[in-house]
Design a protein. Structure first.
Lengths: 41, 283
């Protein structure tokens, strides 16, 4: 009894945007730590 | 119901994800300024710490200096206390000396008062002696006048003696002439002339009954308790004495049976005759 594939909803879009935001934030943090050589200020 | 919760969770996940992204971007964007400010604050903190350390060191130095000053002051206070004790001891000694000196001064004052009284007495005595000296000087003047008169008398007597010597020489020459005349008449001038033998004088003792002097006090008569009944005769020499002391020799001038009057020979006088003195015809 498999479920049938349904079309992505707006919530799937919101999940995508949130994941993208997390990735962008992680990128910012990595860049910041890179400026300190990964040793902290 | 599950569908509604899932939707709410999705929305919340979206919101938190966006907030995380915003905060991470802000950190990435402003971390340079924050670091600059942090470094400036660190430098400021270091400067403040340095100022604090300097202030602490200065305070420590000042504390040490003040401690040294306090120790010096303590030592000075000890010295001053010792000097104070010495001064108190000296003051006590000086007070004792002052008391002793006061006693000595009082004694000296008493002595000076006694000496003043004695000096006053000496002055009175000296004045009396001065008066005595003046009277003695007057007496000496009178005695000098007497001496001068005596010298005048002596000169007069000397003159008389010279004339007497001259008369004696004349008498001697006359005596020689008389001796020559005797020899011419075959008479030896050295032959003793035999005359009446004086009567034997017997020892008779008597007492002086009284004496009397003449007005000029140049002669003294004495009444004795023996007379012609005791074989006393006129011109007889009697000796007046008192115990073992010779007084004088007297010549009998008037004789009565039980009493006689004698004239004292002044050149034999060695004392004053008193009533009751002994008189004898022969010692």
């Amino acid at each position: 009894m498999s479920q049938p594939n349904s079309d992505p909803t707006v919530y799937d879009g919101l999940m995508f945007v949130s994941l993208a935001s997390v990735i962008v934030g992680i990128v910012f943090l990595v860049m910041t730590l890179g400026q300190y050589g990964w040793a902290g200020p | 119901m599950n569908n509604v919760v899932g939707k709410m969770l999705i929305v919340m996940q979206l919101v938190f994800s966006l907030l995380f992204m915003c905060f991470a971007g802000a950190v990435y964007t402003f971390q340079g300024q924050w670091r600059t400010k942090a470094l400036a604050q660190e430098a400021l903190v270091e400067e403040k710490e340095k100022q604090y350390d300097d202030a602490v060191a200065a305070r420590n130095r000042e504390t040490m200096q003040l401690t040294a000053i306090a120790e010096a002051a303590e030592t000075e206070r000890g010295n001053l206390n010792a000097q104070l004790e010495a001064a108190e001891t000296q003051a006590a000694t000086d007070q004792a000396l002052h008391a002793a000196v006061s006693l000595e001064r009082d004694k000296a004052l008493a002595d000076s008062e006694v000496a003043s009284a004695e000096a006053a007495a000496r002055i009175v005595e000296a004045n009396a002696l001065n008066k005595e000296v003046r009277s003695q000087q007057l007496r000496i003047s009178a005695l000098v006048a007497d001496v001068q008169s005596v010298e005048n008398d002596l000169l007069d007597k000397t003159g008389k003696l010279a004339s007497a010597v001259e008369i004696e020489e004349q008498h001697l020459s006359e005596l020689g002439r008389m001796k020559d005349l005797l020899r011419l008449n075959d008479i030896d001038p050295g032959q003793m002339v035999v005359g009446p033998v004086p009567a034997k004088v017997e020892k008779v003792d008597g007492k002086i009954r009284g004496t009397r002097r003449n007005t000029a006090r140049t002669a003294e008569l004495a009444e004795i308790s023996i007379g012609s009944d005791d074989k006393v005769y006129a011109n007889q020499l009697l000796t007046v004495y008192r115990k073992d002391k010779y007084i004088c020799t007297a010549r009998v001038v008037e004789v009565f049976p039980d009493v006689a009057i004698c004239l004292v020979i002044e050149k034999t006088r060695q004392g004053n005759i008193q009533k009751g003195d002994d008189v004898t015809t022969k010692l």
